[in-house]
Design a protein around this ligand. Structure first.
Ligand SMILES: *Cc1c(COP(=O)(O)O)cnc(C)c1O
Length: 425
């Protein structure tokens, strides 16, 4: 087998379903990775501004997490345990409670809903309906919450919704922050529909929201908008579900992306970087009063992937004992923002807009075709960066939080030259 051939056009890709996606943007076979660098089978390095869609906030094969994992596995400890007690599970729950929840004055029960983000969302929706006895849920324009039917029903993207094959019901989209610019007061439409008995809006069980819409194009809600939403939910006795699957675990600075707004959601969904190592793990956090499930009423095989608990615990101990990571994330985010503002100023009329918070950053182009050309140009220059947004018009940066300033600058240089080339074409 000639390993240097382009796998996307070779027999290498013939066995796998057409549904594969990232391998189309990055047609090479990856082999090893360390920190913010991946190497393909020929040893060619690629700088990573994608970090597994935010599943690798602490980089690839972080040495501290890797050591904890190797220690655990090499001594025949439990790998799979359904939800039986294991030391790994108990250590994680204690560490998460003591080092993440307690210092933030948060009190949540932890549900292990299954291995992925969509599992965390499904569990939250299900419990919200059980608690309130209501069916309908409010979601927001350009939201993304996962690919299972319940999660898809609260997701905006029409291509993804179209794949469901059945009606996606019991969800009503409302305008996200800034959807109409600042032409209307916040929640102008939502609040009116809630209070008008003739509006036709069934009283919702819950509102589900992201603080920064990652898949939706790096749309960052303002802190005051989030506070307004939280107050509106409280006033109308609606549960607030915060989907922190992508923006949690330090992506925007603090461990939870909603800390900055000072709100306390009724439920929080976490996944992607919660294991720290890229191993599958998800959590649904629920206010204790809402934990009305019968034993086993929600269940699943993979809710006890102990190696994921081990790296999750080690990640919390290593990165969340002080605020050093938070401060460096904010500083690195500001570095990207100022480079993007400069790039935008260097191309007046090209419609470039810098977006985002912390190390969730976007550079919006006039259309998806241009953004796609920039992303492809980045790949040719050895940088992995994806696009998002309804037309894929936003170049989306999710580097590891542990990326060095040198690596960050090197990647930003590549984006600059790929942008110059794409706009000159
Ligand atoms: C990725 C993501 C999900 C879905 O997670 P999966 O592990 O892919 O099921 C849900 N919500 C948000 C905000 C996400 O970014």
């Amino acid at each position: 087998m000639n390993i240097t051939e382009d796998p996307s056009t070779s027999t290498l890709a013939a066995r796998e379903s057409e549904v594969r996606s990232y391998s189309r943007s990055w047609p090479t076979t990856f082999d090893r990775a360390q920190g913010s660098t991946l190497y393909n089978v020929d040893g060619k390095p690629y700088l990573d501004f994608f970090a597994g869609a935010g599943a690798l906030n602490y980089g690839h094969n972080n040495p501290v997490l890797k050591e904890a994992l190797l220690d655990y596995i090499s001594s025949d400890r439990i790998i799979h345990s359904l939800d039986m007690f294991t030391e790994a599970r108990t250590d994680f729950l204690n560490t998460f409670g003591e080092m993440i929840l307690a210092p933030r004055n948060l009190d949540y029960r932890v549900v292990f809903p299954g291995p992925g983000g969509a599992n965390a969302v499904e569990a939250a929706l299900k419990l919200a309906r059980k608690v309130t006895g209501r069916e309908s849920v409010i979601n927001f324009t350009n939201a993304f919450h996962g690919m299972t039917l319940g999660a898809l029903s609260v997701t905006g993207n029409s291509l993804k919704r179209g794949g469901a094959g059945v009606p996606l019901v019991h969800a009503t989209p409302m305008p996200f922050d800034d959807y109409f610019g600042r032409d209307y007061p916040d929640f102008f439409y939502f609040e009116r529909l809630l209070t008008d008995t003739g509006s036709g809006l069934n009283k919702p069980a819950a509102v589900i929201v992201e603080t920064v819409q990652g898949e939706g194009g790096i749309n960052a809600a303002r802190a005051e908008w989030l506070r307004g939403l939280s107050e509106l939910c409280r006033k109308h006795d609606i549960l607030l579900i915060l989907d922190d699957v992508q923006m949690g675990c330090g992506r925007t600075g603090g461990f939870f992306s909603f800390e900055e707004a000072g709100i306390e959601p009724d439920m929080v969904c976490l996944s992607k970087s919660i294991s720290g190592s890229g191993l599958p793990m998800a959590l649904t956090l629920v206010r204790p009063q809402l934990d009305i499930w019968e034993p086993g009423e929600h269940n699943g095989t993979f809710r006890g992937i102990a190696p994921a608990f081990v790296t999750a615990t080690e990640a919390i101990r290593t990165f969340w004992a002080d605020d050093a990571l938070e401060r460096s994330t904010l500083a690195k985010g500001a570095r990207i923002e100022s480079r993007f503002n400069a790039l935008s100023a260097a191309h007046p009329g090209a419609g470039l807009v810098a977006k985002g918070r912390g190390l969730a950053r976007g550079l919006q182009f006039a259309d998806g075709e241009t953004a796609g050309r920039v992303a492809a140009g980045c790949f040719e220059r050895g940088l992995l960066v994806e696009t998002s947004g309804p037309e894929d018009e936003v170049l989306k940066l999710l580097p590891a939080l542990t990326i060095t300033n040198d690596e960050l600058d090197r990647g930003l240089d590549i984006i600059e030259s790929a942008t110059d080339a794409a706009l000159a074409a």
